[in-house]
Design a protein around this ligand. Structure first.
Ligand code: R5P
Length: 264
């Protein structure tokens, strides 16, 4: 099977179909693919790439090809999973409805909230078990940094037969705060995350766990979105090691290990 990749997944070493991509002087996007037959469309959904995804899918059709499956390592906008305030857009639902119209089966890795299934039926996959294989074996306490991540962290706790603690995350005047009753003094902890964006959640969770006496702090996070400043903040903090997948094109460092989960 060959892959049609968008810019967001171009870094992945996969057998691919040629994609010509350019912008006209006014910024409008041009996409041409081919030659093509049956393909997998492999793309992240990022802040601004939905048009590119739609044009790429349309170009496959015009080249006489067929999208057998759409694989989405990272589904952006998934955190806007409800109408929290009257009058705001339900962005996750809009994105899902648009992808659904492409008419191919969809699979998504470590989606932020499974409830968006109402708007787009998809196969749910996780990169976390692959990341876990790289983590040194220890008697960890597994930590979810917020209530929303409970199920994800519970899956890892079950795999390791380890205790689970779920922190409570709040935002006070825009600043992330975490609290919770955890027994981690002298223990190695493993924080489980779907994504690292600004890094604030992990930064605060790690500080909290350090204050609570954790011996070492390790992280597995499926998607390294890494907005500006996230990396430097995490490189400085108390986390010993962060394992992320290659769903995004991120550079590894002494602290950040990029695990090649998405390749053949
Ligand atoms: C939130 O509910 C997610 O699971 C992540 O904890 C969060 O999105 C990470 O974002 P940031 O790195 O900006 O704190």
């Amino acid at each position: 099977m060959r892959y049609v990749l968008t810019q967001s997944t171009e870094h992945l070493p996969l057998p691919r179909v040629k994609v010509e991509r350019k912008n006209f002087p006014d910024g409008e996007l041009y996409i041409r693919v081919g030659p093509v037959q049956k393909v997998v469309l492999l793309t992240n959904i990022t802040a601004n790439n939905l048009l590119e995804v739609l044009f790429t899918a349309d170009a496959v059709r015009h080249a006489g090809g067929k999208i057998q499956k759409i694989t989405i390592p990272y589904l952006g906008y998934a955190r806007q999973d409800k109408v929290y305030k009257k009058g705001e857009a339900f962005s996750a639902a809009v994105i899902c409805q648009v992808i659904k119209r492409l008419g191919a089966p969809v699979e998504i890795y470590d989606v932020h909230n499974e409830e968006i299934r109402k708007h787009l039926p998809f196969k749910s996959l996780s990169l976390l078990p692959e990341l876990l294989k790289k983590v040194p074996e220890k008697d960890y306490v597994i930590i979810s940094p917020d209530q929303g991540g409970r199920k994800r962290a519970a899956m890892i706790a079950k795999m390791l037969k380890a205790p689970l603690a779920v922190l409570k995350k709040t935002k006070v005047k825009g600043r992330v705060e975490v609290e919770g009753k955890v027994v981690v003094r002298g223990r190695d902890v493993l924080i489980v995350e779907d994504m690292i964006s600004t890094g604030s959640t992990l930064e605060r969770a790690a500080e909290f766990l350090q204050e609570a006496g954790a011996k070492t702090i390790t992280v597995i996070a499926a998607h390294a979105v890494f907005t500006k400043g996230a990396r430097s903040r995490l490189e400085k903090g108390p986390i010993k090691k962060i394992y992320v997948s290659n769903s995004f094109d991120v550079k590894p460092s002494k602290k950040i290990e990029v695990v090649a989960c998405l390749e053949r």
